[in-house]
Design a protein around this ligand. Structure first.
Ligand code: DX5
Ligand code: ZN
Length: 216
């Protein structure tokens, strides 16, 4: 599996060191949790921070928009050097339009889905996206416990992907650690976001090697 640590879990007064740590440890991408204080009851950083940080990392940037108006943020992220952007399906009624705009702006479109939301909500757009981000905690905060109900949703999603011959990657976000990563890999997950578990690991390169070695 690929590993994308969340910046949210590093020392936010020293993001540069967090980014260095990710590169040194062999991570695949950097996960940015952009929150607006409306869609979720928390505020983090915005496109400006991501833009400045681009000078301090060579890793692909993966932006997770937990905002009520994702359309408004996309123009602010152009020319920043962001590879993939996730929007929350709960935040829009116009997902196909949003996805087209993402493609025009050269972002890999990804749809994120909250624990309470059924897969039915994204079914009609699964052929349009490059990635599906399955939330395994309620969004808004790092360090929460992984919800085991996520596995049933992942199994359905993997099954659907296979049956429809679709090619999107599957990413899981929230409470991922070495205790559940093996099962996630076995289920068919391609990318895991690891905030707290990565930054709390004593030997981060070894942590990354373990997760990267796990595959279906
Ligand atoms: C939650 C965020 C996650 C979270 C991951 O709103 O989307 O990316 O920060 O952090 P951990 O791994 O600590 O749950
Ligand atoms: Zn996230």
């Amino acid at each position: 599996m690929k590993i994308a640590p969340s910046v949210l879990a590093c020392d936010l007064s020293d993001i540069r060191s967090g980014l260095k740590e990710m590169a040194y440890s062999g991570c695949d991408m950097v996960h940015w949790d952009v929150m607006d204080g409306h869609f979720v009851p928390n505020l983090t950083f915005g496109p400006g921070t991501v833009r400045w940080a681009r000078n301090h990392s060579e890793l692909p940037f993966d932006v997770h928009l937990m905002v009520t108006d994702p359309m408004q943020y996309l123009p602010l992220l152009t020319d920043v050097g962001v590879e993939m952007v996730s929007f929350q399906i709960e935040a829009t009624s116009f997902a196909p339009r949003l996805i087209s705009l993402m493609r025009e702006l050269d972002f890999k479109p990804s749809v994120a889905i909250n624990p309470q939301t059924s897969l039915v909500a994204v079914e009609e757009i699964l052929d349009l996206v490059d990635n599906v981000l399955v939330m395994s905690v309620d969004p808004g905060f790092g360090g929460q416990e992984f919800m085991s109900s996520t596995f049933a949703k992942l199994e359905k999603l993997v099954e659907y992907r296979e049956s429809q011959n679709l090619v999107f990657s599957i990413q899981v976000d929230g409470g991922v650690n070495l205790n559940n990563a093996n099962e996630l890999a076995a289920t068919g997950v391609d990318i895991v976001v690891t905030g707290s578990s990565f930054f709390r690991a004593e030997d981060r390169p070894a942590f990354v090697r373990k997760i990267r070695g796990m595959d279906r």
